[in-house]
Design a protein around this ligand. Structure first.
Ligand code: PHE
Length: 486
């Protein structure tokens, strides 16, 4: 039965929504991007600032998005317009949801590239299992070299990218209750079972103490503006925020669901999975001696290069490796589905198309963008990489221009998502009708006050500082140094 209204497709129950929203939030962001970012940004300082970002910005924005969606019961921009009009405000407030739709389109295009990499590793581990490979010495190099081989094989990469897109498309085309909810109710419990088993295994692998120290020791000197920006971007990415994702999923929620506590469950589960993923991956890296001078390293290679190598050194590693990547695949799929659903829901109404047609249109276009990004991986995009925002440090520590993959990621995490979130907060905090908002959040009066204060003052200010820091890193760095000195 559709929970929303009469014949509209929607979640069948509160728990279905919770599972789907957790499915959206828990994904490559937790398993791949979080450990990679934590490793690249010095561990503890990043992690603790990340948690702060989740609590004071992520959770309030998450609740705001779900409120708009549930009230609007439509695609994201239309939901915003409905609330704006009922509050006697300009319908042009829908701009932030449109940014979100654009952001989701960008993210899904590169997300499915990484999804393709996951498929590749599943294939590799299955091959190892049947090939009976034993890994030592020479063969360890073979395992570590696999990532480079994959990245060097454009055709294979684009093929796997297409496969991952096709699977995502299939479920989005089937609709909310028959597709999206169905996947979440089967895959998320399977994900959690595998996740728990591998983490317990990791905890006994020996490097647990070192991993805990690495992830939770706060070193204030490491908290630079770059680390803070990275932590916020990661928190938003992980909670699926700033792409109107939770507005879109919120639109399928029934009126009986209390949004405040439900948002808390979603954010809590997502953060727990990210932290546990760190405690799952880093001990294995430490235990197998892959860390150099206490630094386990970070970046995209962490999950795809170091971890598979580490798996080969532990008993039953090929099995664990296979289960690990299957688990990551489940998590990634429920997220890519959420990402594709945002522009699909919009295109379906905007072009008055059937769901499957809208999903095919969006998936086709996003696939092409992603395929270009995959093909030109590690090749700087011309012109726009003159802008400091679109540069990065290479392995040798030099400033280089970003490739299309990174440009899409940066545009989303440092520009579209925070700007969209600032506008969401300002809209709900200052412009939307209070009576209307109060009838949706389901919070006690104390919590409502706290939430309102956060979205009125705290979130927009912090987010604005962060956008500024992303656009003008050098100025931000000098101001930061000045404040630190004073
Ligand atoms: N939160 C997902 C992850 O962590 C990614 C995502 C972002 C999904 C935005 C939907 C919307 O992998």
């Amino acid at each position: 039965m559709a929970a929303a209204s009469g014949q509209r497709d929607g979640w069948s129950s509160r728990s279905a929504f919770i599972l789907a929203a957790i499915g959206s939030a828990v994904g490559l962001g937790n398993m791949w991007r979080f450990p990679a970012e934590a490793g690249a940004n010095g561990g503890g300082a990043f992690v603790l600032f990340y948690i702060l970002c989740v609590v004071i910005m992520g959770l309030p924005v998450l609740l705001s998005e779900v409120i708009i969606g549930r009230h609007g019961q439509s695609n994201a921009p239309a939901s915003v317009r409905k609330m704006a009009e009922e509050s006697n405000r300009s319908p042009h407030w829908d701009i932030f949801a449109k940014f979100g739709v654009a952001g989701a389109f960008m993210v899904v295009s590169f997300y499915c590239i990484v999804g393709g990499w996951v498929l590749y590793y599943i294939g590799m581990f299955v091959g190892d299992l049947f090939g009976g490979t034993s890994f030592s010495g020479q063969e360890a190099k073979v395992v570590q070299g696999r990532f480079g081989e994959l990245l060097g094989n454009n055709l294979l990469m684009v093929g796997l990218h297409a496969l991952f897109f096709a699977i995502t498309f299939f479920f989005v085309a089937r609709g909310v209750s028959r597709g999206i909810e169905w996947v979440a109710t089967w895959l998320m419990p399977a994900f959690f079972a595998l996740f728990l088993a591998i983490t317990i295994y990791g905890a006994f692998s020996g490097g647990f103490g070192e991993a805990v120290a690495y992830l939770f020791t706060f070193d204030a000197s490491k908290l630079t503006p770059q680390v803070m920006i990275a932590a916020l971007g990661q928190a938003f990415f992980s909670l699926s925020l700033g792409v109107a994702g939770m507005i879109t999923y919120g639109a399928y929620v029934g009126r009986d669901v209390k949004l405040g506590s439900t948002s808390g469950i979603i954010a809590g589960a997502d953060t727990a999975v990210a932290l546990i993923a760190g405690l799952c991956i880093f001990p294995i890296i430490f235990a197998t001696g892959l860390a150099v001078n206490g630094d386990p390293g970070g970046g995209p290679g962490l999950m795809f290069q170091n971890l598979p190598l580490a798996f080969q050194d532990i008993p039953g590693g090929t099995f664990i490796g296979l289960f690990f990547f299957i688990m990551v695949f489940f998590a990634a799929l429920t997220s890519s589905i959420a990402l594709l659903e945002v522009p699909t829901a919009w295109a379906k109404d905007a072009f008055n198309m059937p769901r499957a047609g809208a999903a095919a249109l969006v998936a086709g276009c996003a696939f092409v963008v992603g395929a270009v990004a995959a093909w030109f991986l590690n090749q700087p995009v011309p012109v726009i990489t003159e802008i400091p925002l679109y540069t990065k440090l290479n392995d040798a520590g030099q400033v280089v221009g970003q490739d299309l993959f990174d440009v899409l990621d940066t545009t989303y995490s440092k520009l579209l998502a925070p700007i969209s979130a600032i506008l969401t907060c300002l809209f709900l905090g200052w412009f939307a009708s209070r009576r209307l908002v109060d009838s949706e959040h389901g919070l006690s009066s104390g919590m409502a006050m706290l939430w309102l204060t956060l979205i009125r003052f705290v979130c927009p200010t912090f987010l604005a500082v962060i956008v500024f820091g992303g656009l003008f890193p050098e100025t931000a760095q000098s101001i930061f140094a000045l404040l630190g000195a004073g």
